[in-house]
Design a protein around this ligand. Sequence first.
Ligand code: SAM
Length: 238
Amino acid sequence: MKIDREKLRAGAAEWGVALDSTALSRFADYAALLMEWNQKINLTAIREPDEIVAKHFIDSLAPLPFLKLQNNAKVIDVGTGAGFPGMAFLIARPDLRLTLLDSTKKKLLFLQEVLAALGLEAETLHMRAEEAGQTSAYREQFNCATARAVSHLRELSEYCLPLVKVGGFFAPLKAAELSTELKESKAAFSRLGGRLERVETYQISGVGGRSLPILKKISHTSPKYPRPSAQIAKKPLV
Ligand code: SAM
C-alpha cells in the first residue's frame, strides 16, 4: 500500500505546512504500518491510501499553523488512537516534545513501533486523561493540549485543560458545526481556568468543514478537577 506523496505534499502546503522528503518518507512508512497493523487490531475504518492522506494526514496537519507552536513546545495529544493528530504534528515538527496519551494499550504499542520505524521520539502514555490530570508529572505541564474525535467539548475540556500550563492553550480538532457544543461548554471553560480566545473555521477539500476552538489557560485549575470518570460522565460542568 503506497500513498501519493505528491498529493500529501501539495495538500499540506495548501495549509502552510512544508513537508520535506524526510517527512514525506515518514508519512509513507506510517501509512504502511497503519495498514499492516489494521489487519490485526482495529485502528481505523479508513483504508484507501488517498483517504488516509486526506482524512488522517491533511486533517491532522491543517490546524498546525494556527497553533503557532514555539520551538520545542511541550504538546499532549489526548486520546491519540492511531496517532491523530499528534504523530502527524511530530512528523511535520520533529522539534516538538510530544506526549501521545491513550487509555488503550495496544494503540500505544502500535505508536511505539511507528516511532521506532520513523526514527522519532515521543512519550507514549497509557493512562486515562482524567488520571493524568491528577498526576503531578503531567498536571499543568504542557504548552498545548490537543485532541481529535474523543468527546464533547465540555468533557474534553475537563480532560485537557488541567494538563495545560497557565499561559498555554487547549485546541481540539472539531467538526464544523460547533455552536451548540460551545454554548454547553462555556461554564466548564471558566471553572477549569480556560478562556475561549477564538475559533478558527476552515474547509479541507475532500474532507469537509472543520472548527478549531483555541482556549487559553488563564488561571490554575482547581485541584477538584479533573474529577473521576464516572462523575465527569454523570455530572456535566454547568
Ligand atoms: N484521536 C484519534 C483520531 O482522531 O483518529 C482517535 C480517536 S478515537 C475515536 C478516541 C480515542 O480516545 C480512543 O483511542 C480511546 O481509547 C481514547 N480515549 C477516550 N477517552 C479517553 C480518556 N478519558 N483518556 C484517554 N484516552 C481516551
